[in-house]
Design a protein around this ligand. Structure first.
Ligand code: GLP
Length: 238
């Protein structure tokens, strides 16, 4: 794991954008898994600002709230359609959405995992991390070989979801790509900013590799770059 600590999120985003732009321009890069949430949005905007020619890329949504109307602009799918597919000028048919309807979410994420496998696994993944160490919606208790599935979320994640939806929805389940697919990505970028992530970052980097902190499985991956601000890095040793 390579860890880069910047003074502030804007500096970390600039460093991450330079790194991601390089990877995206590699001719081998065809499939990209992207996280929703707040953390990567500025990175996505910086990439859009570079006007790169990225039309060959396939964009896969990492995870999705289950139990939210499809048209809600705050689903991960709708957020990533705007901030990645449209902003980066990727053909719409290269965007792989997930369904946020409870009855469709599981089938859609399983189908997505099959489509990623058909492309030879993800070339790149851009990830955030939950305060409890989750990757996507792979909550604590997720083994490294877990598959795409519908997950019952921890109370802290349900509360984060409630805040995300301004109290209008509080999805208690999420559909997520499994850790097996995430860990199969050839290159992984993970961003974490702010003191609320410091404990999860410490467990991810310094803790034992364990289901208790799903992000700790990244320790065994050969190509992970972690971009942190000072606050998120505050509890790291050394
Ligand atoms: C959310 C999503 C993840 C995201 C993480 C952090 O619940 N399931 O895809 O990476 O939690 O979100 P944020 O970046 O808003 O802190």
């Amino acid at each position: 794991m390579k860890i880069e600590v910047s003074e502030s999120p804007p500096l970390a985003n600039a460093a991450a954008a330079a790194d991601l732009a390089r990877s995206l321009l590699s001719p081998e890069a065809r499939s990209l898994v992207v996280a929703g949430g707040n953390t990567p949005l500025e990175l996505y905007r910086l990439i859009a600002g570079r006007s790169l020619s990225l039309g060959r890329l396939h964009i896969f949504v990492l995870d999705e709230y289950a139990g939210v109307p499809l048209e809600d602009p705050r689903t991960c799918t709708n957020l990533l359609r705007r901030t990645v597919q449209e902003a980066w000028k990727i053909p719409p048919e290269h965007f792989h959405p997930l369904s946020s309807l409870e009855k469709e979410a599981l089938a859609s994420v399983r189908d997505e995992e099959r489509r990623i496998a058909a492309l030879g696994g993800p070339d790149l993944a851009v990830l955030g991390i939950g305060p409890n160490g989750h990757l996507g919606f792979n909550e604590p208790g997720s083994p490294a070989d877990s598959a795409a599935r519908l997950v019952d979320l921890e109370p802290s994640s349900v509360e984060a979801n409630r805040r995300w939806f301004g109290g209008e929805h509080a999805p208690a389940r999420g559909a997520t790509l499994g850790l097996k697919t995430i860990l199969a990505a050839k290159h992984i970028l993970l961003l974490a900013y702010g003191s609320s992530k410091a404990e999860a970052v410490k467990k991810m980097v310094d803790g034992p590799r364990s289901e208790r902190c799903p992000a700790s499985w990244l320790q065994g991956h050969p190509e992970v770059k972690v971009f942190l601000d000072r606050a998120a890095a505050a509890r790291l040793q050394g």
